[in-house]
Ligand binder design. Structure first.
Ligand code: NAD
Ligand code: GLY
Length: 369
């Protein structure tokens, strides 16, 4: 049943986010009005295919929607131009037309790949997000950022291309490992820290139920996260200004991921989690927040058992200049100046470029020692 519904209103498209439990078996009902010609291409990976593809296909077939499947490998390393080339080529061989719809059925990796493919195939075809990780339900399926990685950095090639619908079924999260759950939770905390103090207090108050993944609590965190994200995306779809706030902790996090060659020893949400802590430490050194704020946030990270340190093996390969160099590949670098998101208070963050490099070095040094 749909428990919560949100509307995203961007210049490019307006669309719904439908949130509920056990939706997949009725996906055909929810999707049918968003599909133009009864033909969809479901793009997924082998893990999700095994778990949920049959249910999705059955529910679409019940509504006379013809399905084609494209299965790719699992992992961040699939986000490359070779994968895009291969999917485009399969779609063109199927004679895809502009009334067809792509379905991104998976986590953030699948969502970013499918969104990018949808934006360039025939100069743009419809696509629907059915996110299957917490991270994808609270963040990557909403707002239209698509992209792939290159050796120069993460998500540096991509487009802004909004989906036509997001269907977030929290029952799909039951098969997710706790590690992946926590990786998604880092993005949830992000919203509370940058813009929603009452959400942060709610998360702290309900930490046990959230940690146990009680359904109504997960629905609430998906809803409140998407509501916050939609608020920002509606105002600044193409990240000209305030959307950058959503990258809180990410410049540090992306540096960690790229220095680790996107290996699974640090997954995206874990890098974000460490990155948020680094941003908070820098906020403290810069005198923007009081020690008590840092302690409050760190206590919650600790209680939830979020990733807070770079693995030893990786630390030994990093130096401060290497880390700063990796941070410089960020899209927020303008005129050679690094722009970082720092905290002023729980629920209030700002884009800052006049921080002290010596403080930045101190924070990095602490994390790589
Ligand atoms: P992911 O897509 O790699 O999924 C994590 C793992 O969980 C994978 O092995 C996947 O196969 C598995 N999985 C997915 N759903 C499952 C389920 N229901 N049950 C069991 N296993 C399941 O990773 P992610 O954390 O979802 O996404 C990370 C990616 O998202 C990164 O590439 C990041 O850059 C991107 N991202 C994009 C945006 C955006 O706005 N576009 C925002 C945040 C992150
Ligand atoms: N995840 C950051 C953004 O969507 O802008």
């Amino acid at each position: 049943m749909i428990k919560k519904k949100l509307r995203v209103n961007t210049k490019q498209k307006s669309y719904d986010i439908l949130i509920g439990n056990n939706l997949i078996n009725n996906a055909g009902n929810f999707l049918q009005n968003h599909i133009k010609n009864q033909r969809v291409f479901i793009i997924t990976n082998k893990t999700i295919h095994k778990l949920y593809y049959a249910s999705l296909e059955k529910s679409l077939t019940k509504k006379n929607i013809k399905t084609y499947k494209i299965i790719i490998g699992d992992g961040e390393n699939q986000k490359n131009i070779k994968t895009i080339n291969s999917i485009c080529s399969t779609l063109l061989n199927y004679k895809i037309n502009r009334d067809d719809t792509l379905i991104a059925f998976g986590g953030g990796v699948i969502g970013d790949i499918v969104g990018f493919t949808a934006s360039i195939t025939l100069r743009g075809v419809n696509f629907i997000q059915i996110p299957t990780t917490l991270l994808a339900q609270v963040d990557s399926s909403v707002g239209g950022k698509t992209g792939i990685n290159t050796k120069e950095g993460k998500n540096l090639i991509g487009t802004f291309f909004q989906p036509n619908l997001v269907l977030a079924d929290v029952s799909l999260l039951r098969s997710l490992s706790h590690r992946e759950f926590l990786a998604g939770y880092a993005e949830v905390i992000k919203y509370s820290l940058i813009m929603d103090k009452s959400f942060f207090n709610w998360l702290v108050k309900n930490k046990r139920r959230v940690s146990k993944q009680e359904v109504s609590y997960i629905i609430e965190i998906v809803f409140r996260s998407c509501k916050n994200k939609a608020k920002i995306v509606n105002k600044d779809e193409n990240e000209k200004n305030i959307r950058a706030l959503l990258n809180f902790g990410h410049t540090f996090g992306h540096a960690i991921e790229s220095l680790n060659n996107y290996k699974k020893s640090v997954i995206h949400g874990e890098a974000v989690s460490i990155g948020i802590l680094m941003a908070i430490e820098l906020s403290l050194l810069e005198g923007k927040i009081k020690k008590v704020v840092e302690e409050k946030v760190k206590a919650h990270f600790h209680q939830m058992k979020l990733k807070s340190s770079i693995p030893k093996k990786l630390k030994s390969k990093i130096s401060v200049p290497k880390f700063i160099n990796a941070m410089q590949s960020d899209k927020k670098v303008k005129d050679n100046t690094l722009n970082l998101i720092l905290l002023n208070e729980v629920g209030n963050a700002k884009i800052v470029n006049n921080f002290s490099t010596s403080n930045l070095r101190k924070v990095i040094k602490k994390h790589i020692e």
